[in-house]
Design a protein around this ligand. Structure first.
Ligand SMILES: [Zn+2]
Ligand SMILES: [Zn+2]
Length: 292
C-alpha cells in the first residue's frame, strides 16, 4: 500500500476499503484487514476491536443453531444425547447469556486489550501479507494438540475436591449441557483454561518468529466452535467424531457432565484412553473408574 496517497480528511471504513482495492496484489480479506487497521489508526485498538468482536460474534452466532434446535424438539430430539431430560428453559439460556457477557467484559476484555503488546513482545506479525494457508493450518493443528494436553491435566486437577469446590463447580451446574454453557465457568477457570488457547501461539511466535494474528484469530474461532459444539447436547450421524478417530465432540464431553468424572480432554480422546479416565459405560467397558 506504499504507493497510495490518503486524503487529509478522516476516511470511513468503506472509503478505506476502496483505497485498499487499488492494490491488486492483496486478496479481499487482506484489503479488509488493511482498511480496519487504517480506520483505527492505532494498532492496539484495532487488534482489540477485531479480537473482541470476532469472539462475541462467533460465540453467540454459533450458539443460535443450538438454541433453535432446543426450541424444535419434534425435529431435533432424536439427535439429543440426554433425550430423557427436558431441554434448557428460556430462563436457563438467558441466565447463561447474562453471565457469559459479564465474564467476556470483565475477564476477557482486559486480556484482549493486553494481547497486542504481548503479541509485539513475542514477535508475532499483524501486518500484510497474510501467511500461506498451509502454514496457518499446520500451526492450528499444533495448537489443538497442545491445548488438548494442557486442558486434560488442568481440567483433571480441577476435579480435585478443593479446586472443584472453589473454581470448577460453576461449570458443572448443568449436568445436561447446551451450547451456551461452553464458557459458563468461574472467572478463574476462564483465565487459567484460556491460557491454553492464548499461550501456544505466543510461544510458537517467540520461538519461530513466524506466527500471524490472523492465524491466532482463526485458531480462537475454531476452538470456540469446538467448545460450543462439545456442549451442544446433540450428536448427529455426520458429527466430526464419526469421521476423525480420536476426536471427542459432544458425545464425549456430554458424558463428562453427566458422570462428573472422566473425559477431561477438550478436543481429542487419546489422553483419557491412555490415562484410564474414560467416562460412563464406555469407560466401564475399558476397565476405567470401576467404582462407577
Ligand atoms: Zn469438569
Ligand atoms: Zn463442559
Amino acid at each position: 500500500m506504499a504507493n497510495v496517497t490518503l486524503p487529509s480528511h478522516p476516511m470511513t471504513y468503506p472509503e478505506l476499503f476502496d483505497v485498499a482495492k487499488q492494490d491488486p496484489s492483496l486478496s479481499w480479506p487482506e484489503q479488509l484487514w488493511w482498511a480496519h487497521y487504517a480506520f483505527w489508526d492505532n494498532d492496539i485498538l484495532a487488534t482489540g476491536v477485531i479480537t473482541f468482536l470476532a469472539h462475541e460474534v462467533i460465540y453467540f452466532g454459533r450458539c443460535i443453531p443450538w438454541i433453535i434446535a432446543d426450541a424444535m424438539p419434534s425435529v431435533f430430539k432424536r439427535f439429543k444425547i440426554q433425550d430423557q431430560k427436558a431441554p434448557p428453559s428460556v430462563s436457563d439460556q438467558w441466565t447463561c447469556v447474562k453471565y457469559i457477557l459479564a465474564i467476556h467484559i470483565i475477564v476477557e476484555l482486559p486480556l484482549i486489550v493486553l494481547f497486542h503488546p504481548m503479541m509485539e513482545l513475542c514477535g508475532l506479525q499483524w501486518t500484510l501479507p497474510f501467511p500461506k494457508f498451509s502454514t496457518l493450518a499446520a500451526q492450528i493443528a499444533l495448537f489443538f494438540v497442545v491445548e488438548d494436553t494442557y486442558h486434560y491435566w488442568l481440567h483433571r486437577a480441577m476435579h480435585w475436591g478443593p479446586l472443584y469446590r472453589a473454581i470448577h463447580r460453576i461449570h458443572h451446574q448443568y449436568a445436561a449441557p447446551f451450547g451456551l454453557t461452553a464458557e459458563y465457568a468461574s472467572p478463574w477457570e476462564t483465565f487459567f483454561l484460556g491460557l491454553g488457547t492464548i499461550c501456544p501461539p505466543l510461544i510458537l511466535g517467540y520461538v519461530t518468529g513466524n506466527v500471524h494474528l490472523i492465524t491466532v484469530l482463526s485458531w480462537m474461532a475454531l476452538r470456540q466452535v469446538q467448545a460450543i459444539d462439545a456442549h451442544s447436547g446433540y450428536d448427529f450421524p455426520w458429527s466430526l467424531r464419526r469421521i476423525f478417530p480420536f476426536w471427542g465432540g459432544s458425545d464425549w464431553h456430554d458424558d463428562h457432565h453427566r458422570y462428573f468424572w472422566g473425559n477431561y480432554s477438550s478436543s481429542f480422546t487419546y489422553w483419557d484412553v491412555l490415562m484410564g479416565t474414560v467416562a460412563g459405560p464406555r469407560g466401564k467397558a475399558m476397565g476405567h473408574n470401576p467404582r462407577r
